[in-house]
Write a protein that binds this ligand. Structure first.
Ligand SMILES: NC(=O)c1ccc[n+]([C@@H]2O[C@H](COP(=O)([O-])OP(=O)(O)OC[C@H]3O[C@@H](n4cnc5c(N)ncnc54)[C@H](OP(=O)(O)O)[C@@H]3O)[C@@H](O)[C@H]2O)c1
Length: 287
């Protein structure tokens, strides 16, 4: 049960599409969705909180206008953060909630906002120190049996938190910060666990949010000239080289950067090239 659906090698992130950044209107959403599909990027990453609980609806408007798009794409969304904002007057402090009741309510809201009957992958957004694994398991089971959610995962968990939750419910996806700027997952056991347990790792902020240090920029630029591409594409290809099969979630708001990202699929770095980028990030030679 809960088999993780097929997902595209590059996942399209929607965090910056709404009022937190690009402030898309419906036709902007539609253009980016259609362009992504044209490029073969069929998996879209959401969270209930994006755009202060409004970005899922912006995306959902497009599915309302063009319902045939739904079967052409996979939707990943998340729950479990209570964000303080005008849309949620009852939230007075940022907190985490992985109770059964909250997971069920949040999933129902996401389904309604996205104008869809099912979510492909539902993630717990952040580890909740008060999490009861059995309660999460009950919520997931109910959502799965009703056909509302097809598979489950987590985001920003430690290996031991995944191990704990896995005792109650199979985890198929782990969404983590991984990039040339954020190397922790390579050595803290989370990617090892993904390989061992067959968990799909997704990298959020795969370009480190868009900024590279001077030394990284120099190194990425060097290889980008050799491969006739951009430093950003090299940074994506570098992630995709890892044997865990990392799916980068690209955060661009620009069609031209979506198009460019596809270049990452053709680039193979050898080990010395890979480690030269790793070294440019840490600033010191490996032992
Ligand atoms: N699970 C979590 O806790 C979590 C946390 C954060 C994010 N996420 C997910 O990860 C996704 C990506 O995060 P992110 O937006 O920080 O990712 P990112 O891809 O590392 O950063 C995107 C930023 O880089 C800029 N950029 C500059 N050159 C670019 C190029 N050639 N190609 C692509 N982007 C370029 C983009 O600007 P332009 O718009 O001008 O291209 C945008 O401002 C989010 O949308 C969200 O779905 C998840």
């Amino acid at each position: 049960m809960y088999s993780t659906p097929w997902m595209s090698d590059i996942v399209v992130g929607t965090m910056r599409w709404g009022v937190w950044d690009a402030n898309y209107n419906t036709s902007n959403y539609q253009r980016m969705i259609e362009k992504s599909l044209e490029l073969g990027f069929t998996t879209f990453d959401h969270a209930d909180i994006y755009g202060d609980y409004t970005t899922e609806s912006g995306f959902g408007e497009v599915l309302k206008i063009q319902p045939s798009l739904r079967e052409q794409l996979e939707i990943v969304t998340k729950c479990g953060i209570l964000r303080v904002c005008d849309q949620k007057p009852s939230h007075y402090i940022k907190s985490y909630d992985s109770s059964k009741e909250h997971i069920l309510r949040s999933a129902e809201n996401s389904l309604m906002n996205l104008n869809t009957d099912y979510i492909d992958v539902l993630l717990i957004h952040r580890p909740d120190f008060l999490m009861n694994p059995d309660e999460v398991g009950e919520a997931f089971e109910l959502l799965y049996r009703s056909g509302k959610v097809r598979s489950f995962g987590v985001s920003n968990f430690t290996s031991s938190q995944i191990e704990l939750l896995s005792s109650a419910v199979p985890i198929g996806v782990h969404q983590l910060e991984i990039s040339v700027n954020a190397l922790k997952a390579f050595s803290d056991g989370t990617l090892d666990q993904c390989i061992k347990e067959g968990i799909v790792p997704m990298a959020w902020s795969p370009l480190g949010g868009g900024d590279f240090t001077l030394s990284l920029n120099k190194e990425l630029t060097k290889w980008s000239e050799i491969f006739s591409t951009t430093p950003q594409v090299i940074a994506l290809a570098w992630l995709m080289q890892h044997p865990a099969g990392i799916l980068p979630i690209i955060g661009t708001t620009k069609e031209k950067n979506l198009v460019k990202a596809k270049d990452a699929l053709r680039i193979q770095l050898d080990r010395q090239q890979w480690y030269s980028i790793y070294q440019a990030s840490t600033g010191s030679r490996i032992p």
